[in-house]
Design a protein around this ligand. Sequence first.
Ligand code: MF3
Ligand code: CO
Ligand code: CO
Length: 269
Amino acid sequence: MPITLKSAPEIEAMRVAGRLASEVLDYITPFVRAGATTGELDRLCHEYMVNVQHTVPAPLNYAPPGYRPYPRSICTSVNHQVCHGIPGEKVLKNGDILNIDITVIKDGFHGDTSRMFVIGEPSVAARRLCRVTFECMWLGIDQVRPGATIGDIGHAIQRHAEASGFSVVREFCGHGIGRRFHEEPQVLHYGQPGSGERLEPGMIFTIEPMINAGRREVREMADGWTIVTKDHSLSAQWEHTVLVTESGHEVLTVSAGTPPRPQAPDATG
Ligand code: MF3
Ligand code: CO
Ligand code: CO
């Protein structure tokens, strides 16, 4: 499948889907606290999507080749879980860090975004990992313009992650998105400047770096979905859906509660 370029009406539909995905994160934020279970967060998000937004939770029963159907409506990845954590009985406790990943379908189009949440007072190291990962996502977004390449995005992310003493997960990447959840291109979060596909106006894809505090290797749990760090080190992820415009880019997954871009995303520390 080639990379699809979205038309003006398709871009407008993707703006709507992107905003709605982000609004689910806004909605769930006050419920993300010590004592809550990830299963409760899933149930609340599911009901908000279906009953309030009239969106379809894209993860529910999603079954790419080689996977069993995903059993919940959102992904919740806690501490050393990298991505695709399945909500359940897990009780959030003081000091945990948590990624919530939301993908909604509205009028046939997908919006995909995730944020990190901290429970109470996490360690300095955990907060720094979340911050650097946020900066990595934004450094990747800042590369997006016509004529730049996928490799420019990956390189910017990898450079900041590794300069900060962290590692980039290789097995999962950003992706084109539109009528389908996962489309071309694959947006690797590492790589060489100038390599890979060249960006053109009308492309829409996600940038969603997964950054580990320790080694980059991951493994899949017996549930067939949850990905964890092999060395049990903490992992963080942020995700936006981004449109390539004539002059640069537009982030589509924005809402009232979207955290503002960092002041100095190139600052290492
Ligand atoms: N939202 C994830 C992504 O960013 C994909 C989750 S697939 C699921 O690509 F089935 F686990 F939900
Ligand atoms: Co995604
Ligand atoms: Co996602």
